[in-house]
Design a protein around this ligand. Structure first.
Ligand SMILES: O=c1ccn([C@@H]2O[C@H](COP(=O)(O)O)[C@@H](O)[C@H]2O)c(=O)[nH]1
Length: 279
């Protein structure tokens, strides 16, 4: 369990607000790892060993594990258990359903006694409204990370629709803020959304934002920081492919570290500029 206070302490200590995505694709990992009993777990372990001092969160995306059936689910459980406790553990599963079904999703990802996984945070889709979100909040100390303005082209299809009460994503934030505070709720906002971060901050001044879309999707870290940083940092910027697949040779972990280091160094500059950490 990682509280908001502990997360902020980690950010200041590591001078980083990097979240590393573990979107581990069996077809993309180096060939030599296929001799291990669980190549995905071996890959994840080496990425974690090489990067844990440079990041404050890890985010496995459930799809990459669920797509491999029972073996994939086991890789996810074992990866969860290997994650460093000082880092925020996020499961990116984008769940959302009626209350009693959400209860089951919450058990699956939050309740270690139920199946072996006790992630700190889960990404959720807000489309089904308040009663699809509250079951997760019943788990004291756990976070939900609600899709607000995503990084993909299709984000404009629904999230930016105009309503009598502003844009649809603004309504999502307003409603979710009435359910719990900034110590329990984060929002997903894509790094590709640039200046929209200024508008997001009007509606979610204190919440942490999980920001995917730097690296492979071309979002700008500088722009995200310019419009999204708060006095507490308030950002977790995720990179998955650009770190994990920086090399597909035997040096993949060193290459991942070099990519993570480059992002951490850019983050340090931004944190210093904003006066959140000292030079
Ligand atoms: O708006 C969103 C929400 C989630 N994602 C997820 O983040 C990572 C991004 O991976 P990269 O390789 O760094 O592009 C991936 O798991 C997505 O499913 C997102 O990209 N955008």
């Amino acid at each position: 369990m990682l509280s908001r206070k502990q997360l902020i302490e980690q950010i200041k200590q590591k001078k980083s607000f990097l979240c590393i995505g573990l979107d581990t694709d069996l077809n993309k990992i180096p060939a030599f790892l296929h001799t291990y009993p669980d190549p995905v777990l071996e890959f994840n372990r080496r990425i974690i060993d090489a990067t844990h001092d440079l990041c404050v969160a890890y985010k496995p995306n459930a799809a990459f594990y669920e797509s491999r059936g029972l073996q994939g689910w086991q890789s996810l459980i074992d990866t969860y258990q290997y994650l460093p406790k000082e880092c925020l553990s996020i499961i990116d599963a984008k769940r959302g359903d009626i209350g009693n079904t959400s209860d089951q999703y919450a058990r699956a990802f939050f309740d270690e006694t139920a199946g072996g996984m006790g992630f700190d945070a889960l990404t959720v889709a807000p489309y089904m409204g308040h009663d699809s979100l509250t079951p997760y909040l019943a788990y004291e100390g756990k976070w939900i990370i609600i899709l607000a303005l995503t990084s993909n082209d299709g984000s404009r299809d629904f999230q930016c629709l105009k309503t009598d009460n502003g844009l649809l994503y603004e309504n999502v934030i307003q409603k979710a803020n009435s359910l719990a505070g900034a110590d329990r709720i984060m929002y997903v906002v894509g790094a590709t959304q640039g200046q929209e971060f200024a508008n997001i901050r009007k509606h979610a001044p204190d919440n942490f934002l999980l920001v995917p879309g730097v690296g492979a999707q071309g979002g700008s870290l500088a722009e995200v920081c310019r419009y999204g940083l708060t006095a507490d940092c308030g950002l977790l910027v995720n990179a998955s492919r650009s770190i994990a697949y920086a090399s597909n040779g035997e040096d993949f972990a060193e290459a991942a570290r070099a990519e993570a280091l480059s992002l951490q160094q850019q983050m340090q500059v931004e944190l210093e500029k904003a006066g959140i950490v000292r030079e």
